[in-house]
Write a protein that binds this ligand. Structure first.
Ligand SMILES: Cc1ncc(C[n+]2csc(CCOP(=O)(O)OP(=O)(O)O)c2C)c(N)n1
Ligand SMILES: [Mg+2]
Length: 369
């Protein structure tokens, strides 16, 4: 009779269910009315930034934007549990996380508008810039955690990516090394059920994405990703353990994106509208607002004031962004190579409007005007 040599289980937890019932105790750092209101303000602020970014993009004043509508509780819950000197490695849908870390809406608008100065954060200096190549920041998170270990610092890295990223080799390798070296890194999988048009069921045959950490030799769990207190609690405990040498942890937060993949996408071509409608009642803002209101901690006046405040903040940031003179186009050439290859030197001159690029490389121009 072969004997069983390994067993595992993945636990799923939530504090507030979609009906706003408290089904488990709130975590110690997200249980007072002040703490819950701070989390509520942060998810509303994220949504307000999101709305402004989409409006700017739709009017041709911002580049492609990846909305986080409906999944704000994951980045906010995760980063609200971090200490200032921990390090965040966000992917492209984590502006809520960056806002919580002190990155300003102006910096985020600049970044989304293609201006590199937006990634030169005035605060959160050690946080990483947005990572667009899917999952490629997971090994960087491991590197950051290794640096903390080598320097004997009680700090941890938090690396956030999507469900689709867990199919990448980069993520598998990062989990593996984090497990072998027991590094202080927390992986947060923001599982919104889709990787562009690829549904979760066709991305992996594994029952949970969390169990990929078990294969790498460390602990993992699932949480309700629309319950900001549950995400906060899971990340807070994981960070505490990691800083004390307990090693990595993976949290698969189950959420849902109520918007298209990006402003360049039309999800109705591959995703049923009925599926989206079904998820609206579970979204995180509504859930926490109803809970706070039922306890008497939040009123209509509070709500109106918060919406006004965040709208004013985002409009002011957008105005500043729109009034920012563009960067000198020379910098994209000047900071890439130590000495510029000849063909790029010609492009540099052309970009600066000093020569006709097509003529300089001996080709006829395609211009028809
Ligand atoms: C290496 C790489 N391959 C492909 C893409 C194009 N792409 C952008 S987002 C995305 C899907 C990501 O899905 P997931 O990790 O679930 O994140 P989500 O977009 O759902 O937040 C893909 C394939 C990319 N950015 N990088
Ligand atoms: Mg996804």
């Amino acid at each position: 009779m072969p004997k069983i040599v390994a067993r595992f289980e993945i636990r799923y937890s939530r504090c507030l269910d979609p009906a706003c019932e408290l089904v488990a105790p709130l975590p110690p750092t997200a249980c007072t009315s002040d703490q819950l209101i701070a989390l509520y303000r942060a998810i509303v602020r994220t949504r307000s930034f999101d709305g402004k970014a989409i409006a700017l993009q739709r009017t041709g004043r911002l580049g492609t934007f990846a909305s986080s509508l409906g999944q704000e509780a994951v980045p906010v819950g995760a980063t609200s549990a971090m200490r200032e000197n921990d390090v965040l490695l966000p992917s492209f849908r984590e502006h809520g996380a960056q806002l919580c870390r002190g990155v300003t809406p102006l910096e985020l608008f600049l970044y989304c508008g293609g201006d590199e100065r937006g990634s030169d954060f005035a605060r959160a200096r050690e946080d990483f810039p947005v990572c667009v190549p899917v999952g490629s920041h997971a090994p960087h998170g491991v590197g950051v955690a290794l640096a903390f270990r080598l320097r004997n610092e009680k700090r941890a890295a938090v690396c956030i990516f999507g469900d689709g990223a867990t199919s990448k080799g980069d993520v598998a390798e990062a989990l593996n090394v984090a497990g072998v070296w027991k590094l202080p890194v927390i992986f947060v999988v923001s599982n919104n059920g889709w990787a562009v048009s690829m549904p979760r069921g066709r991305q992996s045959a594994a029952e949970t994405l969390a169990q990929k950490a078990i294969a790498a030799g460390f602990t993992a769990e699932q949480v309700d990703g629309n319950d900001v207190a549950a995400v906060h609690g899971a990340v807070a405990s994981a960070l505490e353990r990691a800083r004390e040498g307990g090693g990595p942890h993976l949290i698969e937060a189950l959420t849902y994106l109520l918007f298209d993949h990006t402003t360049a996408d039309d999800a109705s071509r591959y995703r049923d509208d009925a599926e989206v409608t079904r998820h609206w009642p579970e979204e995180p803002v509504l859930r926490l607002r109803r809970f706070l209101t039922a306890l008497g901690h939040w009123t209509k006046t509070d709500e109106q004031r918060l919406f006004r405040e965040t709208a004013v903040e985002m409009t002011a940031a957008a105005d500043l962004y729109l009034a920012t003179p563009p960067q000198d186009p020379a910098i994209m050439f000047d900071y890439t190579f130590a000495s510029l290859p000849a063909e790029l030197a010609a492009q540099r001159q052309a970009a600066l409007g000093r020569i006709d690029f097509a003529a300089s490389v001996g080709k006829t121009s395609n211009r028809t005007d």
